[in-house]
Design a protein around this ligand. Structure first.
Ligand SMILES: NC(=O)c1ccc[n+]([C@@H]2O[C@H](COP(=O)([O-])OP(=O)(O)OC[C@H]3O[C@@H](n4cnc5c(N)ncnc54)[C@H](O)[C@@H]3O)[C@@H](O)[C@H]2O)c1
Length: 367
């Protein structure tokens, strides 16, 4: 593999701009090329960030690309990742890794058999705020962790995304599109999920696109848009997660860890900012200072860790095993919503190693 690793983006939509802009914060990789099914999109992103616009086939065949950054819609993640692995590329994919757990497992097996790395977003649990929270929990700052209250309330992507229907198809919806931020954070803080139960509904089935060239077009939600779930973790810690696209009036994110001696209030796991707050005993809430990675506290951190892990011959943290577990948990919650019974989780995941801020600082300082 080249040093820095050469990365090619597949899928030049909304989030590709964030990855392309963030890349300068990391010295371990460079994004040099991009591809999209729609050539106008790769040409636009290519011109904006000085990337070579290629067809998907050209990018996958290119000897100068080491890693494919898969930023296609959820329904295309598995096919694009499979094609990239078959072309001999390491892959970092946006979440979810696949829309079904069996598909995700097949991708893990393919990567392993080819001797390639496969990693998956989100990487925000590697950010300095969530790493601080992790060290507080490990140090017993709120005593024994007992439960987590998590909630994500939004109105849905139709108010800001030009192609929002990709987020309402089977394999997306609030649970598979936004749930991975919360469940990855929960697993990285407190370990894997053993059992789940859930309730699901759809209040507004027909949605209208509010922005972009398709403004005014209507589409139908194909997956539940309001899900409340319960998760039992190893060690009998429990969590509740509300994920909804039925709250057009506001955006709210809650992540509270309840312990035997206090509580931690954590920031939105869909963003790298703080604050981290703690309340001990019956005291008042206090902010907890933590060292930021600066520009390297951004989407791209998980890709940076994967590329460094290849060079250092160690496991990477945003692992395909974790991402498979996340898909399994989300799918099992939906299965519970249908059956009315709790569902045991077949998969598991190692809690990823902590990522000390100092370790990632090298990337920031080099920027
Ligand atoms: N938009 C965000 O703020 C955001 C944030 C975090 C994560 N994500 C995730 O990133 C992914 C992409 O989201 P987005 O908002 O950028 O979507 P988008 O619809 O804006 O862009 C997706 C792009 O992929 C292209 N594409 C589709 N299938 C393809 C294929 N098989 N090969 C090549 N190109 C293909 C489309 O033409 C489009 O340009 C999703 O999984 C989403 O969950 C998005």
């Amino acid at each position: 593999m080249s040093s820095p690793a050469q990365v090619g983006i597949v899928g030049c939509g909304v989030i590709s701009r964030a990855y392309a802009a963030n890349a300068s914060a990391f010295d371990s990789f460079e994004i040099g090329a991009c591809a999209d099914l729609e050539p106008s999109r790769s040409e636009e992103i290519g011109a904006e960030f000085t990337l070579r616009p290629l067809t998907v086939e050209e990018l996958l065949r290119s000897d100068s690309i080491d890693v494919v950054l898969n930023l296609t819609p959820p329904a295309s993640h598995a096919s694009v990742t499979r094609a990239a692995l078959e072309a001999g590329k390491h892959v970092y994919s946006e979440k979810p890794l696949a829309i079904a757990a069996t598909e995700a497992e097949e991708l893990c097996a393919l990567a392993e058999s080819e001797g390639l790395r496969l990693a998956c977003a989100p990487d925000i649990f590697l950010g300095s705020a969530y790493q601080k929270a992790r060290s507080l929990l490990d140090d017993g700052a709120i005593g024994e962790p007992l439960a987590i209250s998590a909630a994500m309330l939004a109105g849905g992507q139709e108010v800001w995304h030009p192609d929002p229907d990709i987020f309402y198809r089977d394999g997306a919806g609030p649970l598979l599109d936004m749930g991975p931020y919360y469940v990855s954070a929960i697993v990285s803080l407190l370990g894997p999920v053993r059992r789940v139960a859930g309730f699901a509904s759809t209040h507004v089935e027909e949605r209208t696109i509010k922005v972009g060239p398709r403004r005014g077009e209507r589409f139908t939600a194909e997956t539940p848009t309001h899900i409340t779930s319960m998760l039992e973790l190893q060690g009998a810690v429990t969590a509740t997660l509300v994920a909804t696209f039925e709250a057009p009036g506001h955006y709210a994110s809650t992540m509270l860890v309840h312990g035997s001696d206090g509580e931690l209030a954590l920031p939105d796991p869909n963003g790298f900012a703080g604050p981290v707050r703690i309340r001990r005993g019956r005291g008042t809430w206090e902010g907890v200072p933590f060292t930021s990675r600066g520009a390297a506290d951004a989407r791209g951190l998980g890709l940076h860790d994967m590329v460094e892990a290849i060079a250092e011959e160690r496991p990477h943290r945003a692992s395909a095993q974790l991402a498979t577990h996340i898909v399994d948990v989300a799918r099992s919650i939906l299965a519970s919503c249908d059956s009315g019974s709790a569902v045991a989780i077949a998969s598991t995941a190692e809690r990823p190693d902590a990522l000390p801020v100092e370790a990632a600082r090298r990337a920031d300082e080099a920027a």
